[in-house]
Design a protein around this ligand. Structure first.
Ligand SMILES: Cc1cc2nc3c(=O)[nH]c(=O)nc-3n(C[C@H](O)[C@H](O)[C@H](O)COP(=O)(O)O)c2cc1C
Length: 502
């Protein structure tokens, strides 16, 4: 029985000498599009214009704290498109089409789903909706003002002042079909990737929003009609400020059984105890037990000295943010070519900014994640393992040597990783997060890692570099290679650098 972040993570570690054979059950492959039988769908308006903002500037922006901008259905349509849309197509044998999306996803299994509880959105009746990414539609799940249900479900005050809530969920079996018990890691990382895209879209429209990882999971599941054995909600984003008339709400009643059945994505689903018990163990938000988690100090590694993180020169040419979103793809064709110092510093500063903003919502001053990086072939930079301290804007060399090749072998022998100039390492001390937040802390760490992963992908895209997230690694080998203490772990690696062809 898994009851903590530490238990789950270690129980689902990969070990080179004990990998269990697993054959993918192709006839039972989960569908990647959630559908509701017999419910009429509302098409979202076509999007003709996107914000003109440049990615690099947007990234530095924080949510405004006033409610000058208000939501309407056109804006909602743009937010969905920029957050989660189909961006590329591949023809598969047999005439099938496979669609890539604006977010990365482990194994391209796309466990993440997006919902909207609309209270006061011009052009859209108050209600709760599921976003259908394939046809760009909204499926109404509840009609009427959802505020009472949202108030019950979230721990927010002044619910009546908000106009809408976005919910990011994950369907366990979509990823577990391939990754079995380890899949909870990927479901959370993927949810983090999507959350980051959503946050950027809200910033781009200058909307006043707040992010929440803490809510009453049972109530949220009831609000959205989720079968909690199959699908969990991991983040809620509130958009503040009312604009339009509110359609009166009905009672908060149970949704039909058919809605719950929509969380089922294939005919024979396997339930993994490790996933369910880790999810269930963290179902109740708890009072934070400790404060001031300085995770970087708790990994068991320290640099001999720190040096200030240099800023970067202004960019001569910049890519607009929507273009960055739609162009983002995973690249594995890294070449052993020097990464220029300027691009390197842009990436480091981007990650430092992203980390700084990635404290646990509602727990300012507490970070669930620490970041380091391995440098390969980078201009004027000694190869080695470094830590990045975002709060003090400094970096420190922990150990010299070209570790990217060794790390490639740790990552299930994905040798192409050895050619990447840079491996970002998103790490945590599992005992520390358990003691600070209880088992729910695992979500915080993985969501933060996913969010930063998405930022690195987008930053690399803007800089004309390749990027790939890596969740497949021999966990203990990674810990030993980096010299982390027994309680610490590498959660997620994101490689970036010059590639043969973009
Ligand atoms: C959490 C996570 C883990 C991933 N792990 C790996 C990995 O170990 N190896 C790999 O080649 N790609 C990995 N990827 C990249 C995915 O395979 C890729 O995102 C997916 O195929 C969709 O393609 P796209 O990113 O080009 O849209 C990972 C992506 C995510 C988000």
């Amino acid at each position: 029985m898994v009851t903590s972040a530490r238990d789950y993570h270690f129980a689902t570690s990969y070990d080179r000498n004990h990998m269990k054979a697993h054959h993918l059950d192709w006839p039972n492959q989960p569908t990647v599009f959630k559908t509701y039988e017999g419910v009429e769908q509302i098409p979202l308006p076509e999007v003709s214009q996107f914000p003109e903002t440049y990615f690099w500037r947007l990234n530095k922006t924080k949510s405004p704290s006033s409610t000058d901008n208000i939501l309407n259905i056109e804006l909602v349509s743009k937010i969905f498109t920029l957050s989660y849309s189909l961006t590329a197509k591949r023809r598969l044998p047999g005439g099938y089409e496979f669609h890539y999306r604006s977010v990365a996803s482990a194994g391209a299994l796309y466990p993440a789903e997006l919902y909207l509880a609309a209270r006061s959105v011009e052009g859209l009746e108050s209600g709760v909706y599921h976003y259908g990414i394939y046809r760009r539609t909204l499926t109404p799940l509840r009609r009427g003002d959802p505020w009472q249900a949202v108030e019950k479900a979230t721990l927010e005050s002044e619910v009546e002042k908000a106009s809408a809530w976005f919910f990011v969920t994950g369907i366990f079996f979509r990823s577990a079909w391939k990754y079995r018990a380890r899949a909870f890691r990927y479901v959370l990382l993927d949810a983090g990737h999507l959350l980051e895209n959503l946050v950027l879209a809200l910033k781009a429209f200058n909307l006043f929003f707040s992010i929440h990882y803490d809510f009453r999971d049972d109530e949220v599941a009831e609000l959205l009609g989720l079968d909690q054995k199959k699908e969990g909600c991991f983040a809620c984003v509130t958009v503040h400020g009312k604009s339009a008339a509110v359609f009166p709400g009905g009672e908060v009643k149970k949704l039909p059984e058919t809605f719950l059945q929509a969380s089922c994505v294939s005919n024979r689903e396997v339930t993994y105890d490790e996933i369910l018990s880790c999810y269930q163990a963290g179902i109740q938000p708890i009072e934070r037990k400790k404060t001031n988690t300085d995770l970087i100090q708790s990994l068991g590694v320290a640099p001999e000295s720190w040096k200030n993180l240099p800023g970067c020169k202004p960019k001569k040419t910049e890519m607009k943010y929507p273009e960055v979103i739609f162009r983002r793809r995973s690249k594995r064709n890294f070449v052993n070519q020097e990464l220029g110092l300027d691009k390197f510093l842009h990436l480091l500063n981007l990650v430092a900014d992203a980390l700084e903003q990635n404290f646990v919502p509602g727990h300012p001053g507490s970070w669930p994640l620490a970041c380091g990086f391995l440098t390969g072939n980078i201009e004027d930079t000694l190869s080695g393992f470094y830590l990045l301290d975002p709060l003090n804007r400094r970096i420190g060399l922990v150990g010299k040597g070209t570790l990217v090749h060794k790390m490639a072998s740790v990552c299930l022998d994905q040798e192409w990783l050895g050619n990447a100039s840079l491996h970002f390492l998103l790490m945590t001390n599992l005992q520390e997060i358990d003691q600070t937040w209880g088992p729910r802390g695992y979500r915080y760490a993985m969501l933060a890692a996913g969010r930063i992963g998405q930022s690195i992908y987008l930053g690399a895209t803007e800089l004309g570099l390749g990027c790939c997230g890596i969740g497949a690694l021999y966990d203990e080998e990674a810990r030993q290679l980096l010299g982390l203490n027994k309680e610490s772990a590498l959660l997620y690696l994101v490689a970036a650098g010059p590639v043969k062809r973009l």
